[in-house]
Design a binder for this molecule. Sequence first.
Ligand code: GDP
Length: 310
Amino acid sequence: MKLRNIAIIAHVDHGKTTLVDELLKQSGSYRENQRVAERVMDSNELEKERGITILAKATSIVWKDTRINIVDTPGHADFGGEVERILNMVDSAIVLVDAAEGPMPQTKFVVGKALKVGLRPIVVINKVDRSDARPAEVVNEVFDLFAMLDATDEQLDFHILYGSGRSGWMAEAPEGPQDQGMAPLLDLVLKHVPEPKIHEDNQFRMIGTLLEANPFLGRMITGRITSGSIKPNQSVKVLAQDGSVVEQGRISKILAFRGIERTPIEEGVAGDIIAIAGLQKGTVADTFCDLSVTEPMVAQPIDPPTVTMS
Ligand code: GDP
């Protein structure tokens, strides 16, 4: 199955949860018996009830034979390092902005980091149904924000969709058409977001992006597989950034995002975002790889974008 990995960036209350719920519903990615009312990005409460901690809130949607992993980004500066690592795991970002409020200061921090890692975001002007919506002005404000954050010409030339997550539609103009549902956004993700970059050889490699302590499975590391594949019981090596061996061990469990749940899978393939259990020491920024791999992957450098604005 083809894959796309995307982050979602939004100020609190700009409609992220509602939008992702609608994407799940309209793509048919909720399992039949799943309560549609369960709010995706709010799933932390549920996880707490079940005694599971989830740091990376992610959702996976299947649209036209492509799996789209949508990873939430914490909006607070306290999560600085985590935000950068998450953004290094995806190939674009949806920047969701309330059509009345416009971009808020807290959005700026994450958008700035997304631009720095070289992502070309898709801008969604949400809640255009509000009586005080001012979509044209808000687009200008987003443009000014990107420019202020030293976006490149390419990044400034962003795709824009307008719509209402709550009413379940997206379109290229603020007035619609409203009868296409969320398809314009999902189609744009398939068209605009690059496929995950995959190393040419078939050896398993993954950079640790998030670490969590799962009460049932123990230490879990989430990351995107950059090459090869991994199965439960496989032995892997963990390399630190300086190339030293942190540990070798056996993978006990592999989880992937499927709909709003994290589900055990029998094989993780290149490009997908997974979580692995079974190791004792490996941590974020380490390379998890086949025993034959000797070179760690270097977390993508974060170069300042070249400013080419006239
Ligand atoms: P989040 O904090 O970004 O996850 O935002 P939520 O999805 O929880 O939405 C925040 C509030 O905005 C809720 O009261 C939603 O009902 C409302 N909301 C979400 N989408 C829309 C929309 O498209 N139009 C309007 N008018 N309200 C919306």
